[in-house]
Design a protein around this ligand. Structure first.
Ligand SMILES: CC(C)(COP(=O)(O)OP(=O)(O)OC[C@H]1O[C@@H](n2cnc3c(N)ncnc32)[C@H](O)[C@@H]1OP(=O)(O)O)[C@@H](O)C(=O)NCCC(=O)NCCS
Length: 241
């Protein structure tokens, strides 16, 4: 693609009307994520209504091109990028980059209380390429190019509900945290990673998931080390026992 055709940062349009949110769920989340990792449409609608999730879309809501769903925490200023996808026939045109850079810039400018945006990403060595859900190596490259770093902790994504399995072999990324939350190669404790992880891992079985190790790394008094995406091999990984 010609650089002149590449879209610039675009935070998308914020959507909170329940019917529109439910339509976007069908159009962009159902096709792009495994059912085992998806909350229900009703849960998303409810969370948006409660103000704990935001939905942003590029393109007309009835014919959307890309979506970003963020989730906030009750006891941390961090935010989780819960779902992020570009429609399969629109990938590779810069839309995802435009949405993520726009989203991060918009949060930095309009929500200064947010400390860091986190993202859960499959470790490329432990998850295969999926024709529809994507290529873990390409996805990690994507986030790395936009300033993402791997947090130095073993991460397992807890199940979305009791009928599902946890997703082992995951990486938790910090996406371009503001400079005031970083010293050297560490995300400072003020970023609230520990509080966010306590919420994410609240219902997790400590016998099966590395809850203690993840929380210890998040609670380190000097902060949690940020690993460059290029240094993936030095990131800890927790696999299914
Ligand atoms: C990741 C994703 C949002 C990127 O959107 P996009 O509009 O294609 O992004 P851009 O055109 O701005 O950037 C292209 C980059 O996306 C990444 N990418 C391309 N195809 C991809 C795929 N099938 N899966 C994952 N990442 C992909 C690559 O890094 C690519 O650049 P490169 O190949 O030159 O390194 C999109 O591929 C997608 O929706 N994947 C499926 C859902 C997903 O993985 N979401 C992230 C969940 S954590």
């Amino acid at each position: 693609m010609n650089a002149a055709d590449t879209p610039g940062p675009d935070a998308g349009t914020r959507v909170d009307d329940p019917l529109t949110v439910a339509g976007l769920y069908e159009h962009l989340l159902v096709p792009n994520f495994p059912a085992s990792e998806l909350i229900t449409a009703a849960e998303l609608v409810e969370s948006v209504a409660a103000g704990t999730s935001t939905v942003r879309v590029i393109g007309a809501p009835e014919d959307p091109l890309a979506i970003a769903v963020t989730e906030s925490f009750a006891r941390s200023p961090a935010v989780l990028l819960g779902y992020f996808a570009t429609r399969a026939d629109q990938r590779g045109r810069g839309i995802g980059s435009a949405l993520l850079t726009g989203l991060l810039a918009g949060i930095a400018a309009e929500e200064p209380e947010v400390s860091v945006v986190l993202a859960e990403v499959e470790h490329p060595a432990h998850h295969p390429v999926h024709a529809v859900h994507g290529d873990p190596a390409a996805r990690l490259r994507f986030y790395g190019r936009l300033g993402g770093h791997i947090l130095d902790l073993p991460y397992v994504q807890p199940p979305v509900d009791a009928s599902q399995e946890p997703v082992y072999g995951m990486l938790l990324l910090a996406l371009a945290p503001p400079a005031r939350y970083v010293r050297g190669d560490r995300l400072l404790p003020e970023a609230g990673l520990a509080g966010a992880l306590e919420e994410i891992l609240a219902g997790a079985d400590p016998e099966r998931l590395p809850v203690a190790a993840a929380l210890a790394a998040a609670r380190h008094p000097r902060g949690t080390r940020l690993i460059r995406v290029a240094d993936l091999d030095s990131a800890p990984v927790a696999l299914k026992p």
